[in-house]
Design a protein around this ligand. Structure first.
Ligand code: 1HE
Length: 257
């Protein structure tokens, strides 16, 4: 399960998963993609949230282009399916995942980031989909996930014209939920992970597993599915304790500060 390009550290309830292939800009080799899949499959039960970041000046340069050999159509399809399986574990794994972005978030690196639940970008971040100019296509789930963040029109433009979004424009377009000063994305992501880890696990589970599915359902089905997960969440002992804490003045109020 250990891979030289992936470092996993546990800090109490937070798993920190770091791409450590800075010399190759954290390009995702097949081995590294499989190691990511295994990492999410094997997170200890004590983990409540995860942070993904990348060592060196860039988050991730995408697919390891040196491995892109002559594949026939079937092999190419299976390679893409391997990415799907790995990034599915990130999106629909056991815990919410927060990506700490900086530098290049390109190609498969953007596909990885888009499988995470929260993206924190520092001011050095830039986003691109060079697949368009490399004569290939996204294969790591990008055509499903990226339009949900920025819309199909922006993704089409990026791939047709090679457009690169800087951190500020990228945040406005919807790539990241947070934009922070250069060098601070990891600290902010860790702070958010600690906050997320305090939620009732069932609420986090519903947000990760129910919300994206409900959002894809026709409204009538979505309302019904929502009622099921709402009923399950509110019947949990943890919900009862938390509600009592609020009603008896022991829980924090909502505050705008
Ligand atoms: C790589 C890769 C890579 C760097 N595969 N080796 N992704 C791309 O098309 C992006 C290609 N990379 C770049 O545009 C640039 O490297 C960066 C903007 C990310 C960074 O630039 P820079 O100047 O900091 O680094 P560099 O000098 O370009 O690269 C340093 C080394 O990393 C160099 O190797 P070296 O042996 O000459 O030192 C590069 O060759 C290597 N390197 N990026 C392999 N991607 C599931 S389908 C997904 C499809 C895609 O992701 S396509 C998009 C691929």
């Amino acid at each position: 399960m250990n891979h030289p390009d992936l470092h996993i550290e546990l800090r109490e309830h937070i798993a920190i998963i770091r791409l450590t292939r800075a010399a190759k800009r954290n390009a995702l080799s097949d081995g590294l993609i499989l190691a990511l899949r295994d990492a999410f499959d094997n997170l200890p039960d004590t983990v409540r949230a995860a942070v993904i970041d990348g060592e060196g000046p860039h988050f991730c340069a995408g697919l390891d282009l040196s491995e892109l050999q002559e594949r026939d159509a079937g092999q190419g399809m299976r390679h893409s399916r391997m990415w799907h399986a790995a990034l599915e574990r990130v999106q629909y794994g056991p815990v919410p995942v927060i990506a700490a972005l900086h530098g290049a978030v390109v190609g498969g690196g953007l596909e990885l980031a888009s499988a995470c639940h929260i993206r924190v970008a520092d001011a050095s971040t830039f986003y691109a989909l060079p697949e368009g100019s490399r004569g290939i296509f996204v294969g790591g789930g990008g055509s499903v996930r990226i339009p949900k963040l920025i819309g199909a029109a922006r993704m089409t433009d990026m791939m047709l014209t090679g457009r690169v979004y800087n951190a500020e424009d990228g945040e406005r377009a919807g790539f990241a939920q947070y934009l922070v000063p250069e060098g601070t994305a990891f600290d902010k992501a860790l702070e958010l992970a600690q906050r997320v880890a305090q939620n009732a696990p069932l609420t986090n589970y519903a947000l990760m597993h129910a919300l994206p599915r409900i959002a894809e359902q026709p409204a009538d089905h979505g309302f019904f599915t929502e009622s099921l997960i709402a009923g399950i969440a509110q019947a949990s002992p943890e919900a009862k304790t938390r509600l009592a804490d609020f009603l008896e003045g022991r829980a924090a109020k909502v505050s705008k500060d």
